[in-house]
Design a protein around this ligand. Structure first.
Ligand code: AMP
Length: 278
């Protein structure tokens, strides 16, 4: 497994791979890897000849400096988890390598980013769209693998790729969960034992809510019941708990078109997000 830290080295490798006719699969991550990330690397492995995983804690997508500082960094264990999967290259750029002197360009997606995490984390998706566009150009990858865990991010990246004519297939992969249903996340490791016990109820409450909506409970009623259940379970502030249409992320008032239930809630200063198909 090659470890590369500069754009120049990365370009040399990808040009050589393409010259030999390889299809390159790419998995962007911020490290602190868990089975969710590894499932993307496995999907990339199954659908490409060469696999690149990037690990970069992107400062421009954090709107809270405390969150950036607290973000776990576990490079050694990340590399140990990727090696046995047969990943060909890990790209570990520094912030200086990524954002050189005078850096002034931003990729900003309108509409899709007005709601959900875009509304509660101003500037977050500009940071994501910009760094992911850069990573696509740097890796020259043919396919990119993203988790449905960050569903809004997946839709934003699809928009960027379509709008900027980037020649890459964006592939969405299912959310990996702990045995009790909690969506795997690098942030879960910041929860106490008690927090971890409360956290598993997020997915349960979401599932009950989805069932209620499918069973005909009015949307508003299902949302307000879920919010009071979250408060009773011990969760803190609810950033959002709402049903939105799959494609454009508009608020859904009924289930005429495919929709998902999206949630973001705070627990012990940790912001947990999840979403499920209805
Ligand atoms: P992150 O390191 O959190 O930026 O995530 C990198 C990629 O892993 C993104 O495409 C995420 O959607 C994906 N990911 C994170 N958690 C999970 C999970 N539990 N299941 C599947 N994919 C995930």
């Amino acid at each position: 497994m090659q470890i590369v830290r500069t754009v120049k080295e990365l370009r040399a490798v990808q040009k050589d791979w393409h010259a030999r006719g390889n299809v390159i699969g790419f998995v962007p991550t911020m490290g602190a890897l868990h089975k969710g990330h590894l499932s993307l690397a496995k999907a990339a492995q199954a659908q490409s000849d060469k696999v690149i995983v990037s690990i970069f804690v992107n400062p421009t997508q954090f709107n809270d400096p405390k969150d950036l500082q607290a973000y776990p960094r576990t490079e050694q264990s990340d590399l140990e988890q990727l090696d046995p999967l047969g990943v060909d290259l890990v790209y570990l750029p520094s912030a200086d390598e990524m954002y050189g002197q005078g850096f002034a360009t931003k990729v900003s997606v309108e509409g899709l980013t007005d709601c959900l995490c875009g509304a509660s984390r101003p500037g977050h998706f500009d940071g994501v769209a910009t760094v992911v566009s850069k990573l696509f150009l740097q890796t020259g990858a043919d396919k990119a693998f993203f988790g449905e865990k960050d569903f809004q991010q997946l839709q934003v990246i699809r928009r960027v790729v379509a709008d900027l004519n980037i020649d890459i297939d964006v592939i969405g992969c299912p959310t990996m969960r702990e045995h009790d249903g909690l969506a795997m996340s690098s942030r879960n490791m910041r929860l106490s034992d008690e927090g971890r016990r409360i956290a598993l109820q997020l997915h349960q409450i979401m599932q009950q809510s989805a069932e209620a909506i499918k069973g005909g409970t009015p949307m508003e009623k299902a949302m307000s019941t879920a919010k009071s259940e979250l408060a009773d379970a011990g969760f803190g502030k609810v950033d959002y708990f709402e049903v939105r249409e799959l494609e454009n992320l508009e608020l859904a008032t009924n289930l005429d078109r495919p929709a998902r239930l999206f949630a973001a809630v705070f627990l012990e200063d940790v912001r947990l997000i999840d979403n499920i198909q209805i």
